[in-house]
Design a protein around this ligand. Structure first.
Ligand code: ADP
Length: 260
């Protein structure tokens, strides 16, 4: 049995091929999300690398913001269910998932068997999301994957008090004008995202093991700042951005077994 899980996000498309519902045989990611050619590019890459066609899959499940517009899926599932599934598989015993993606942040509580029991979500405001970090990276003349490196070299603690992306942008520009270093500003940016996300996370409660997923989990500066804020250890699985696609592919496997 081979299944495909595809996570069509706001910022990136991620896809995973699973054999027998549990063995990853292929994965692909393109940093272009819903409404872009990133979806087809991800599929082309994945299918070519693995020498398969869409017809070869026993079940295809789509998740993510763009899932409703992906006609080639047998089913669509919410990002919450897919992230919960992917994490429960990758980190046995996980009880809390903090996911920061391109345009939202969510915290999911898992029960003892790995099923989602509750969640909270911020999808109303860009602050505390990957988009916020992308805007800030541009002002600091780096890419979003360069922020963690800057953060690691910070020396002076600075404050960013604005809670709105637009006002925070003005604050960062003002800090730069006053001669503050890009490293210290990157640190302050991470602290401000961590404060917002931890406030959200505390609303559902933070029980160990705590796992972070989504593209932003690849930024060690954010993980460090969040650990400091919640005063707990955070586990980052290998390839945290792929957790939704992985969960979708596992759920597709379960779907096939149900029908047998
Ligand atoms: P979505 O599902 O909404 O598309 P993702 O979970 O794929 O979101 O995360 C996308 C976000 O991850 C981007 O907005 C970007 O801020 C961040 N990101 C992507 N790659 C990296 C990286 N290598 N290092 C740090 N952050 C990253």
């Amino acid at each position: 049995m081979i299944t495909l899980g595809i996570d069509i996000g706001s910022a990136a498309t991620k896809a995973i091929i699973l054999e027998d519902g549990s063995r990853v045989v292929g994965k692909a990611k393109v940093n272009m999300g819903t409404g872009t050619s990133g979806i087809q590019k991800t599929l082309d890459l994945l299918l070519e690398q693995n020498g398969v066609t869409m017809e070869d899959f026993d079940c295809v499940i789509a998740t993510g913001y763009g899932r409703k517009w992906f006609a080639q899926a047998d089913r669509e599932m919410s990002e919450l269910s897919c992230h919960a599934k992917g994490v429960a598989f990758s980190v046995p015993g996980a009880r809390t998932v903090i996911d920061i993606g391109g345009q939202d942040a969510k915290t999911i509580r898992l029960g003892p068997t790995g099923r989602m029991s509750s969640f909270v979500m911020n999808d109303k405001c860009a602050a505390g999301t990957g988009r916020f970090l992308e805007v800030m990276a541009t002002i600091l003349e780096t890419k979003v994957d360069g922020l963690g490196e800057l953060d690691a070299q910070a020396q002076e603690e600075l404050q960013i008090s604005a809670t709105c992306t637009v006002f925070a942008e003005s604050e960062v520009i003002s800090l730069l004008s006053r001669g503050k270093s890009r490293e210290d500003i990157a640190w302050a940016i991470h602290e401000s995202v961590a404060k917002r996300v931890s406030a959200l996370a505390k609303r559902v409660g933070l029980e160990d093991k705590i796992v972070m997923t989504g593209g932003v989990a690849q930024n060690p500066g954010i993980v460090r700042a969040l650990e400091k804020e919640i005063k707990k250890k955070i586990i980052v699985p290998e390839d945290p951005q792929m957790m939704g696609a992985l969960g979708a592919a596992i759920l597709a496997g379960e779907e096939v077994l149900k029908k047998k």
